[in-house]
Ligand binder design. Sequence first.
Ligand code: GLA
Length: 389
Amino acid sequence: MKKKLVQSVKEHFVQWFDNEPEFVFLSPGRINIIGEHVDYNDGYVLPAAINKYIGFAISKNETSACTIFAQDLNQSHKFDLNDTLKPIDKMWMNYILGVLQQLKEKGFAMQGFNMVFSSTIPMGAGLSSSAALECGIGFAMNNMFDLALTKIEIALIGQKSEHTFAGVNCGIMDQFASVFGKKNHVIKLDCNTLEYEYHQADFKKYSLLLLDSNVKHTHLTSGYNTRREEVEQGLATIQQHFPEVKTFRNCTENMVLELKEKLGETIFKRCHFVVKEIQRVQDAVDALEQSDFKTLGQLMSATHRGLSKEYEVSCDELDFLVDAVQHENSVLGARMMGGGFGGCSINLVEKGTEEELINRISKQYQNQFGIELKAYKVKISKGTTVYKN
Ligand code: GLA
């Protein structure tokens, strides 16, 4: 699949620009085992890059003009690097422009380039195709123009592009996973210090299965930004009563419970979820290290309940998909994944039972919502990279 993508962007590049691209880069999407909506709350997350990518075929062109062709959308955009770059009405382009504008602001010298990109990461499915795009372009510029950026700088620039050019006040998880992905490893990232460690993603007789609700997360931007404001407000209240609390990391469940009345119902639920989720990630890493998949699965399912009932970022379709597998002997745990309001559920499933499960759930899902279910068996892969034949 990776080879096919590379071949395809190369061919389209030749069609568009009449010569072979100098470089091909690959930037992956991500999954997250556990640790949702805690990256911007100083928690831990446990993501991994997957074998679904955006492929970029690209060449410098010795001018200051850039021509970018989004192969899957059959759209193109031209601009001059010397102009101030601003958000435009092509959303896909904003992720790219946001990265380039920051590089310019930081004083990095770049030249014009021609580029074709195409993706095997489904869009709007919660697999972070936007982070893959941001990190891919950052990585490409770094590589082509010798900018000497570190990996963490590339991830942070990607995140800021999302804030400034796409309007989503996201955390660092998606960009970090896309850049730092390592084959067959999950990343335990401390979102407070940005320290990280890799853990073997060896699920023995289990595998990770994604069920795509096919509901595009259109409410994500407003819902996401509102959640951020709510938890900020919650933390400020907690700090008034417990000045020793610097971040959610050193806030205990008891503190939140004690302030239930003062926080008010909604903010209480949000804060309670955050504190519990930060703990769950640490427990999940222990469970993974001990190959205790039953516990890992239970933690994932507990995360879903929290995301659905307390953080309220799920939707009927995702709740249905998670409920539908609760009593399956072959499924140890399931939860919605990513920002929410649509996208995929992630399931820890006994190997060999996937097809039968997919068939059964697809029928139930079709009957209930009239929507076609998609399923992806993903492999954990390496982060953003230059493709070498
Ligand atoms: C989106 C954001 C991430 C993270 C997740 C929820 O994917 O981009 O930063 O907050 O939602 O865990």
